[in-house]
Design a protein around this ligand. Sequence first.
Ligand code: MN
Length: 206
Amino acid sequence: MFKQDQLSYDFAALEPHIDRQTMEIHYGKHHAAYTNNLNAALEKAPAQQGQSIEEILRSLAVIEDQALRTAIRNNGGGYYNHNLYFDILGPNGSNPEGALEARINQDFGNFGKLREKLTTAALTVFGSGWAWLSADPAGQLIVSSTPNQDNPLMVKDSELTPILGIDVWEHAYYLKYQNVRADYVQALFNVINWQAVAARYEKAKK
Ligand code: MN
């Protein structure tokens, strides 16, 4: 049974950038539904039971039943993605430091350029999806985007591990920002906990 990771901050802690009601519904309804639906789907997938969510998502192709594979892809992706998203947000916005900052400078020039690249990736997702910062086993950083609840773990032969995700489903921002996704993405950078991103970066490197 998978369970939602507990939030380390209150629903209102990200205001004014992310409003309390959006957080309540996003965590309490959307994330909860992905989690419940994943658990329900896994009841029909004995081979996947006992695997980590990362293992399941990296090897979706082994699930032969197409409807079951789709259910686990969508809800398992939703479960993993939202645990990551809520983990890398926090009330005290920060900037990258240490080894992560050094690698950002090496791969993108500076933090401002990475931010531009992530913003472009978030704004050019057509419909619902995610923008990602991922690391490969050598520590190289890559910006990408995926539709729906897909993520870089699912890309065939990918060795990428996502370390930061920007949810651009309308449920992530519509109550406060309506159709203006760009304002949401800009605001979100005020509440990214780069220490949490750095912790994921250290784990992603082999
Ligand atoms: Mn979401």
